[in-house]
Design a protein around this ligand. Structure first.
Ligand SMILES: C[S@@+](CC[C@H](N)C(=O)[O-])C[C@H]1O[C@@H](n2cnc3c(N)ncnc32)[C@H](O)[C@@H]1O
Length: 239
């Protein structure tokens, strides 16, 4: 049996930090199972249910748990999203390492996640779409955090049921408020990266010259202007 503590990546460590003591957590799309093991051994989760859509990743998670002597303390379920979990079984739902659209579709199929649950979401793509979907579907993001992992900046969202004020395209792209970050300057770097991506997309649209792209180009210009405003706002927040 493994005697060392499991090591989490920077991304999963940041996710774990938001799991409160005594949580009854559900880790959706667990794959390797390191997060549930860490939460039971090093965090103070009371219970963890680990799910995956596919048998192979779930059996990887079972093996990880057995290696750490936790095979009978973590519950494993083969299911799509939250379909195999009852609302009363979890107060903290973690969905990490998936695309923003998949995260939205998992939540859409489990409307109970709007009712008093703590949602820790770590999308790998389509952040603006996910923020917009959450706002329109009756969720509110209360905190955002940035981490750097293998040279990429990743975002973690803390959300729950609630209302979101109207959002500009730039806030959908970058977040509602200055994110927390373990590393100084990361929020500014994130904004600069988003601006560069938006500029590249604008350039591509200008080259295509298709009349139907004019509307999208205008949207990207608004995002760029908004990002410049956010840069000023976030630097004021830091003082
Ligand atoms: C890239 S891994 C992420 C693993 C881990 N959560 C992390 O963040 O490191 C994505 C996992 O989610 C699973 N998955 C994808 N769609 C899912 C769904 N609808 N329900 C449950 N699991 C899903 C995949 O099978 C895969 O094991």
């Amino acid at each position: 049996m493994e005697t060392r503590r499991p090591e989490l990546s920077a991304r999963l460590s940041a996710v774990a930090e938001w799991v409160p003591p005594g949580a009854r957590a559900a880790d959706i799309g667990t794959d390797h199972g390191f997060l549930p093991v860490w939460l039971m051994l090093c965090g103070s989760a009371e219970r963890v249910i680990a799910t995956d859509l596919r048998p192979e990743p779930l059996s990887r998670a079972v093996k990880t748990a057995e290696r750490y002597g936790l095979g009978d303390r973590i519950e494993f379920r083969l299911c799509d999203g939250l379909s195999g979990i009852l609302p009363e079984e979890a107060d903290t739902v973690i969905i990490a390492g998936m695309g923003g659209e998949t995260i939205a579709s998992i939540l859409e199929a489990a409307s109970w996640t709007r009712e008093g649950k703590r949602l820790i979401l770590q999308p790998m793509s389509k952040l603006p779409d996910l923020r917009g979907w959450l706002a329109g579907a009756g969720y509110a993001i209360s905190r955002e955090k940035l981490v750097r992992e293998r040279g990429k900046i990743r975002t973690i969202l803390l959300a729950g049921g609630g209302k979101t004020p109207p959002m500009t395209p730039a806030r959908l792209a970058a977040g509602f408020s200055r994110p927390e970050a373990g590393e100084p300057g990361l929020p500014e770097e994130y904004l600069a990266e988003l601006s560069r991506k938006t500029e590249r997309a604008l350039l591509g649209l200008a080259r295509s010259g298709k009349p139907e792209d004019a509307g999208r180009a205008e949207q990207y210009r608004q995002v760029l202007e908004g990002l410049a405003e956010l840069k000023k706002e976030w630097s004021i927040c830091r003082r």
